[in-house]
Write a protein that binds this ligand. Structure first.
Ligand code: GUN
Ligand code: ZN
Length: 429
């Protein structure tokens, strides 16, 4: 068990504002080399240069990088086993690999075991909060909620809605789906005790797999309770966008399919958003919704190059495993850097790391709780080795200023750099 009062020593890095694009010396960066973070009852209560007195237990990580736990805003629990599946684009990949893997989660034991492995893998990657897709099966959402509660994690999830264009065993219907959503919301959304860090997301897989009646039901759930999240996919792949245009000829755009039923709101997390137009971008900004940018998935499935600097709306970072190739957000941030390089832009380590921490927290309306190392926030903290192995160590040794050093860390680090991970003040890795 964690001591009630303890202090963590290391090089503390977090953000006090959103860093500007291209600014390597951003005033939004707060870096306190060799400081102590003070933690009481699972929350951060202060930070100081001086060693705390004897009344504080201590974890000494001098010479290591201390960051807020990462927030992965779009990832699929049942797809761990289809990560790294060869040779296709989105729609074919769903049919060949993803739907068969998800069908297995009808079995409650498989759902529970899958949730355990998945949540432990998130923590081992330095991700302490996530917005997660389970499967269409109610039990798969229950298993994630229970597993996250057991680990004290901040988790947003909800049973996947899909009542057409999916194989047998993976479809629901409007009435049963609504009953399942209402029951899960009653049990896991906005509750206290062990469930206090959980929240429900109305989870529309994507427009093609829901009938207009099911989309309307999902929108009605959101309108009835503004504290609910919504998660879905939008404008990921060109063949997908064409299909949506054929299925919903009355809609102005793919995003407009969701807008018409009230699914685009400030707690909406829409994955990908590559093939949006300017009207879509303005709508996302006006609604305060966020796009979960999924760089490793977008490269792996050949989906396209996301226009991050031109977004104008909230952008968070996501692994999208199993479309993505790593749960590690540093691996995904490197892919984000490469995508912008291909587009002629340069992603600083500050914009990148902010999106994976404070930016995501703010977009989720959880900025007071997660995403930073300030007094009052939950002690969701990861400690990283600055460099592992001779190549990274040689690079780290010659870094002259902070951005250079942190950018090299982001580019070369993965889950093997993780030295410790704390969730609400308790060590989990
Ligand atoms: N669109 C609809 N379902 C999925 C999914 O499981 N993964 C990705 N990347 N895109 C989707
Ligand atoms: Zn996805």
């Amino acid at each position: 068990d964690a001591p009630r009062r303890w202090a963590l020593r290391g090089d503390l890095l977090d953000f006090t504002a959103a860093p500007a694009w291209g600014d390597a010396e951003s005033p939004a960066v707060r870096f306190d080399r060799d400081h102590w973070l003070l933690i009481e009852d699972g929350r951060i209560v202060g930070r100081q240069a001086a060693e705390p007195d004897e009344s504080w237990a201590r974890d000494d990580h001098a010479g290591r990088l201390v960051l807020p736990g990462f927030i992965d805003t779009h990832v699929h629990c049942p797809q761990l086993e289809v990560i790294a599946s060869y040779g296709s684009e989105l729609l074919d990949w769903l049919e060949r690999y993803t739907f068969p893997a998800e069908a297995a989660f009808a079995d409650p034991a498989r759902s529970r075991a899958g949730a355990e492995v998945f949540l432990d893998a998130l923590l081992a990657s330095g991700t302490t909060s996530a917005v997660v897709f389970p499967t269409v099966h109610k039990v798969s959402a229950e298993a994630l909620f229970e597993g996250a509660a057991a680990r004290g994690m901040r988790l947003v999830t909800g049973k996947v809605l899909m009542d057409r264009h999916a194989p047998d065993g993976l479809r629901d219907d409007v009435e049963q789906a609504e009953r399942d959503c209402v029951d899960l919301i009653d049990r896991f959304h906005g509750q206290g005790g062990p469930y206090q860090r959980l929240a429900y997301a109305v989870t529309v897989r994507f427009a093609p797999t829901s009938t207009p009646a099911q989309l309307a039901m999902a929108g009605a759930l959101c309108r009835a309770d503004a504290s609910l999240y919504m998660q879905t996919h939008v404008a990921e792949n060109r063949a997908e966008v064409d299909w949506v245009a054929r299925l919903f000829p009355e809609a102005r755009s793919y995003l407009d399919v969701y807008e018409r039923v009230g699914l685009v709101h400030e707690r909406a997390v829409l994955a990908h958003g590559i093939w949006l137009d300017d009207a879509d971008r303005r709508l996302l900004a006006a609604r305060g919704a966020q796009v979960a940018h999924c760089p490793s998935s977008n490269l792996f499935l050949g989906s396209g190059l996301f226009d991050w600097p031109g977004a104008g709306f909230n952008v968070s970072l996501a692994s999208d495993v199993g479309g993505g190739t790593s749960l590690s957000l540093p691996r995904n941030l490197l892919d984000a850097y490469k995508i912008q390089a291909l587009r002629g832009a340069r992603l600083t380590a500050w914009v990148a790391l902010h999106a994976a921490t404070r930016g995501a927290a703010g977009a989720l309306r959880l900025g007071g709780e997660i995403g930073g190392l300030s007094a009052g926030q939950a002690a969701d903290i990861c400690v990283w080795d600055w460099a592992r192995g001779p190549v990274a160590q040689a690079r780290d040794a010659v870094a002259r200023e902070l951005h250079e050093r942190v950018f090299a860390w982001m580019t070369l680090a993965d889950e093997r750099n993780l030295a410790a991970c704390y969730v609400a003040g308790r060590r989990r890795v």
